[in-house]
Design a protein around this ligand. Structure first.
Ligand SMILES: N[C@@H](CCC(=O)N[C@@H](CSS)C(=O)NCC(=O)O)C(=O)O
Length: 312
């Protein structure tokens, strides 16, 4: 790795104290691109402001999995920062702009993360590894001296044991691990530490399964609203200001697709999947508009201008 590339790597660890979630901002100072891993809805504005302070363009809001304890910030970030795409594992069953799977790379500028499928807490759990930096983001698969629970959302202790032992513990011992949560104030660990000290993952396979089947934890407080919202990567139940966008202009492009500009300066194409999905999620009549033949474009645009406020 050249010294130049090393120096362009930006890394910030952010925290949401309500859900004890870590969000990670990774960026390339040269190419000015960045990603957020596991953004939280309530912190989306904070996180986006940090990308702006650092003069970075947010290209991806990446989810390690479909969370059950908080709503992802990826939907709101897409509204606040057009151009940002939501990312989640194909195995998660959630909707997103970009689906990832084992061996894929998430690239930002000259940097990249390798996707490792690490199911067990949920089917779609992924970890992300940067060989260049010697770091990995383990989501809820491996926590510091702990691991994700396996008692709901297709949780499977046997799968989790294999994921940790075969995908995470086979990374170099020096790899620094960053989890999606910590409940005791710690910030990172390493492969070497967890192989030696993790009270659950140092057990035999059989003991681990037994421990995980008898944790008897309370369900997360926000599970009932978090899972439905995260199935669409946070594209509903958004904060009020993001739902009050009004169309101020609408026209058609060369092939007849409807384009709308809203009072927040957001250009949306009514034929794009996220827009249709947002509209369908809110039951807005604008949901009916999927394609607009060119000859009908101006008429329909006028009607939309008269009648519609897109409720994102
Ligand atoms: N008290 C929190 C939820 C805590 C919790 O269940 N954390 C999950 C990860 S988020 S689904 C977990 O896997 N914990 C592992 C453990 O051993 O505690 C709330 O109410 O939100």
């Amino acid at each position: 790795m050249s010294e130049g590339i090393e120096k362009t790597f930006i890394f910030k660890q952010l925290f949401d104290s309500d859900s004890c979630t870590y969000t990670y901002l990774l960026g390339d100072a040269g190419k000015r691109e960045c990603i957020l891993i596991d953004p939280v809805l309530e912190q989306a504005k904070r996180d986006l402001q940090l990308t702006k302070d650092l003069n970075l363009n947010l290209i991806y809001a990446v989810n390690t999995h479909m969370h059950a304890d908080h709503i992802t910030g990826s939907g709101y970030l897409k509204c606040l920062s057009p151009g940002c795409k939501s990312v989640i594992s194909r195995n998660s069953g959630a909707q997103a702009d970009v689906y990832i799977d084992e061996g894929d790379f998430i690239a930002f500028g000259d940097h990249k993360l390798k996707v490792l499928n690490t199911p067990g807490h949920t089917n779609g759990c992924c970890s992300f590894y940067s060989e260049e930096q010697g770091i990995a983001f383990t989501g809820d698969a491996l926590l510091i001296r702990g691991c994700g629970r396996t008692d709901f959302q297709e949780g499977d202790p046997a799968a989790l044991y294999r994921s940790v032992h075969e995908k995470i513990f086979t990374l170099p011992d020096s790899t620094i691990l960053y989890p999606a949560h910590d409940y005791s104030g710690q910030t990172s660990t390493s492969v070497e530490e967890e192989k030696r000290l993790n009270p659950r993952l140092t057990k035999s396979f059989e003991e681990f399964v037994h421990v995980m089947q008898n944790l008897k934890l309370d369900y997360p407080r926000y599970i009932d609203k978090a899972i439905p919202a995260n199935k669409v990567c946070g594209l509903f139940d958004l904060p009020k200001e993001s739902r009050e966008e009004k169309i101020v202009n609408a026209d058609t492009d060369a092939v007849g697709n409807l384009r709308c500009t809203t009072d927040q300066g957001v250009a949306t194409n009514a034929t794009s999947a996220p827009c249709v999905q947002r509209c369908q999620a809110t039951g807005n009549r604008f949901a009916d508009v999927t394609t607009v033949p060119l000859r009908n474009g101006p008429v329909l645009a006028e009607e939309i201008l008269r009648n519609c406020s897109v409720r994102l």
